[in-house]
Design a protein around this ligand. Structure first.
Ligand code: SAM
Length: 183
């Protein structure tokens, strides 16, 4: 879906989102957030109405593109796109991203941004709807330097817990495939 159209539909639906989706989102949020270390700064990317902050009580900084969704939330929030995160390199300890990579035709720019803002060893818990390009996301995370350490089956979503590789930049060296046997 065109990003502007997707954003407009979230803007329009924002006031009804919690009533419609809290039952579906709660178990995913609880499962994913429980895998994240209790460190800060912690960001909730594609936070929507900030359900994760309310459900877990954790001081997530919420980020979303939809002003309408952000308007239903509480706490620190920023309007931005997942592919251009307004955070400094290596400045984020933990990141949560629940069912927000919807219709991302190319997950690589988002994965690179996640790797850029996470500190070395920083943790990411992300879920995507099962019909999304899960293999593409996994490739993009790995290429960006985010190592998946746990996989979860979360009803409508698959969930992944990843760590930013230690040392250097986030991205895997270009010759890493040859060095580790090309797999
Ligand atoms: C299904 S809702 C999930 C919201 C929240 N994570 C939850 O679990 O309740 C998807 C959210 O992702 C946001 N989103 C989608 N694409 C985005 C993008 N490229 N940048 C920022 N936010 C985005 C939407 O605006 C929407 O609020």
């Amino acid at each position: 879906m065109n990003p502007a159209v997707l954003q407009q539909s979230y803007d329009r639906f924002a006031a009804r989102y919690d009533a419609a989706f809290i039952g579906q989102q709660r178990p995913k949020i609880v499962a994913l957030a429980s895998r994240l270390p209790d460190e800060s700064p912690a960001v909730d990317l594609g936070c929507g109405t900030c359900l994760a902050r309310r459900i877990t009580g954790r001081a997530f900084i919420g980020l979303d593109r939809s002003r309408g969704m952000l308007g239903q939330g509480r706490g620190p929030r920023v309007q931005a796109d997942l592919s251009r995160l307004p955070f400094a390199d290596g400045s984020i300890a933990v990141a949560l991203c629940v069912t927000a990579l919807i219709d991302f035709l190319d997950p690589a720019p988002v994965a690179r941004e996640l790797a850029r803002v996470l500190r070395p060893g920083g943790a990411l818990a992300v879920s995507v709807l099962k019909h999304e390009d899960v293999d593409g996301l996994l490739r993009a995370l790995d290429d960006a330097g985010l190592e998946v350490v746990e996989r979860l089956d979360l009803a409508q979503d698959f969930g992944f817990v990843a760590r930013r590789r230690q040392g250097g930049g986030g991205a895997k060296p270009a010759d890493a495939g040859a060095a580790d046997g090309g797999t």
